[in-house]
Design a protein around this ligand. Structure first.
Ligand code: BTN
Length: 254
């Protein structure tokens, strides 16, 4: 089904396709323990049966309709301090691809959900192995809703819903990977400031009043940016505070 992309330099050149698999992140991590895999190695499946999401959630997707894949990076050039740039480059790469299909409709919801028309079309799960102060190995898992039309939650969507077209998954993957790779190469070239600026420019609900939830309170606030380690900066009634992913939830995405 999936071919080795001709459009990339390294991403997906070692492509492992599985008809069915529990989680492409888990499978790739397992392979990494068994053998040396080159950077950019990619596992893709048509039917992910036990997909994992952020915050211990599951990622459910109808077989054969969407993209579910994971790829391996060795970002040894990045310090643990700067690991949020992994969220930034992946989100931007995916947003760039989606914008090429659905201009004007794409935003990034912190930390790394990609929205089309204010609904989530793509989720990303990044898992790192750290060696000292450096990132030794990173598995990036991407779940992009492509052709699915019905969802169990109202805040989910797909590329097909956003554009009114259907897509061939095998044709989407190489173009998507190309966009992701371009952003990774910018990160490798340490274009940190410009990556950060593009990320902020595309951030959902930045500088707009919105409802947030912490463990015990609901409050009206405004996202003013991210701090030096990528936590969300929200200005609320009690001033500006930074939140990590376990500490805050957004309005209708609760
Ligand atoms: C989220 O939004 O919570 C992240 C979802 C990430 C889902 C992808 S699908 C491919 C890869 N394998 C997994 O088990 N999860 C990621």
């Amino acid at each position: 089904l999936y071919k080795i992309p001709a459009t990339t330099l390294f991403l997906g050149k070692n492509l492992i396709f599985m008809e069915e698999c529990q989680s492409t992140n888990d499978h790739l991590l397992l392979l990494c323990q068994k053998e040396h895999l080159s950077e950019g190695s990619l596992v893709v499946t048509s039917n992910q049966t036990a997909g994992r999401g952020q915050r211990g959630n599951t990622w459910q997707t109808q077989p054969g309709l969407n993209l579910t894949f994971s790829f391996l990076l060795r970002p040894g050039f990045l310090s643990v301090q700067d690991q949020f740039y992994l969220n930034i480059f992946v989100s931007l790469g995916i947003a760039d691809y989606l914008t090429s299909e659905a201009p004007g409709k794409v935003q990034i919801k912190w930390p790394n959900d990609i929205l089309v028309n204010e609904r989530k079309a793509c989720g990303v799960l990044i898992e790192n192995q750290i060696s000292g102060t450096r990132l030794a190995l990173t598995v990036v898992g991407v779940g992009l809703n492509v052709n699915q039309k019905e969802f169990s939650v109202p805040h989910a969507t797909s590329l097909a819903i956003g554009t009114g077209r259907n897509y061939e998954l095998a044709s989407v993957l190489p173009v998507l990977l190309q966009h992701i790779e371009v952003r990774y190469l910018q990160l490798k070239e340490r274009k940190l400031e410009s990556l950060r600026e593009s990320y902020l420019a595309n951030l959902f609900k930045r500088n707009q009043p919105y409802t947030f939830y912490t463990a015990d309170v609901e409050f009206e606030g405004e996202i003013v940016g991210i701090d030096e380690i990528g936590r969300l900066l929200v200005k609320g009634p009690a001033g500006t505070r930074s939140f990590d992913i376990r500490e805050i939830r957004y309005g209708t995405f609760r």
